[in-house]
Design a protein. Structure first.
Length: 388
């Protein structure tokens, strides 16, 4: 199979995807929530990527409460969207079920867009994803994004447990076909004679005129970048853990782009590790906890995110120190002014249409404070949060 696979079926299934399911020929994305608006002095729209991090001494319950507080803060300060990532078998990340978390966040917000960053499609039956996100769209009409990835979001053994015997090797290569199937379930437009022609995703179009969430492709390589361009879909690149590939992937996405019912021009988001604190030393202490957590994950020793004290006292070997220093080089951190300058530089260097910030640190309070400081640094508006 070629780098993008056989995208023909996916393109055909995608041909009528619009923000409202009406099948217009070409759109600019403004009516379906894809293109955000920069607020205050921010160079581009700013959004939130939430890993629902769990620090040592805390619990998933507390982390999920922090996610609600973060979504409400983001909504009140003009962040465009709040996405939740799918990960499995990682003790320091409580976001194994994005659809469940998004339903909870929808109940506590009223304006901000909510979505998956992303659902790892090979882990799930396309019909199940269509039903989950059709339900979310019914709960929060016009506010849901469906971001899709082809990686497992975990290690190989866990992926095998998720998918069942015999499916691990074929899952990633099957991504274009599964994407096409998911799109047809969302649009309820399988052709006559297809085995699924009488199978309907509910909630969905079979019940009458309805909205549906726009699809996004996510990735950290050229595969999804090219496929997103071929299909005229918005694209989100994981700069926060694969910074070296950012510019090549964005160039490939833009050069491969074909106008669609969703977009008439490319729209690229990049995920950015960013943490602002009241002092540079505090910011450094917090981001070191995330770096140590990532070191342990990459070494096959995942756990809860360590405390700043544990991270400061950790006896890094030379190779471990090299990894951590390299990791932190791609984390925008410091005081609010330093983070603002770093984000401005990154937006200018990459030409990204939107920055999605993830603050990976031990403390939920530190994460909340970071998003508040960034909003303040850009003069983003202060609006009343949604009422419960």
């Amino acid at each position: 199979m070629s780098d993008i696979g056989d995208a023909g079926d996916a393109r055909a299934a995608h041909r009528q995807q619009g923000g409202n399911g009406t099948g217009t020929e070409v759109g600019n994305g403004d009516g379906n929530g894809i293109r955000g608006a920069a607020r205050g002095r921010a160079p581009v729209p700013l959004s939130v990527l939430d890993l629902v991090s769990v620090g040592a001494g805390s619990t998933a319950h507390h982390s999920l409460r922090t996610s609600v507080a973060l979504a409400r803060l983001a909504e009140s300060r003009g962040y465009h969207r709040h996405w939740v990532a799918e990960h499995h078998s990682i003790p320091g990340v409580a976001s194994s079920s994005p659809a469940v978390i998004l339903a909870h966040l929808a109940a506590h917000t009223s304006r901000i867009r909510l979505g998956s960053g992303g659902v790892m499609l090979p882990n799930h039956a396309p019909l199940a994803v269509a039903e989950q996100f059709g339900t979310l769209e019914a709960l929060a009409p016009g506010r849901i994004d469906l971001g899709l990835g082809r990686a497992p979001g975990t290690d190989g053994r866990t992926a095998a447990a998720l998918r069942g015997p015999g499916r691990l090797d074929e899952a990633a290569e099957e991504f274009p076909r599964r994407l096409a199937e998911l799109t047809r379930f969302l649009d309820d437009d399988f052709p006559d004679g297809h085995p699924y022609a009488r199978v309907h995703a509910v909630p969905g179009p079979v019940q009458g005129a309805t909205g549906r969430p726009p699809l996004w492709l996510l990735g950290s390589s050229g595969f999804s970048a090219r496929l997103a361009g071929e299909l005229g879909l918005p694209f989100a690149y994981a700069h926060h853990f694969s910074a070296a590939g950012t510019l090549p992937a964005l160039d490939l996405y833009r050069s491969s782009f074909r106008p669609s019912a969703v977009l008439d021009a490319p729209y690229a988001v990049i995920g950015v590790s960013a943490l602002a604190a009241d002092t540079d030393g505090e910011a450094r202490a917090q981001v070191l906890t995330g770096a140590l957590s990532m070191l342990r994950l990459r070494s096959g020793r995942p756990g809860l995110i360590p405390t700043p004290e544990e991270a400061a006292a950790y006896p890094f070997s030379p190779l471990e120190r090299e990894f951590v220093d390299g990791w932190l080089a791609n984390v925008v951190h410091g005081t609010a002014d330093e983070v603002r300058a770093g984000l401005d530089e990154l937006a200018a260097r990459t030409g990204a249409d939107e920055l999605m910030l993830t603050a990976n640190a031990h403390s939920g309070a530190a994460r909340l404070r970071s998003y508040e400081l960034v909003a303040d640094a850009y003069g983003m508006p202060v609006e009343a949060p949604a009422a419960d």
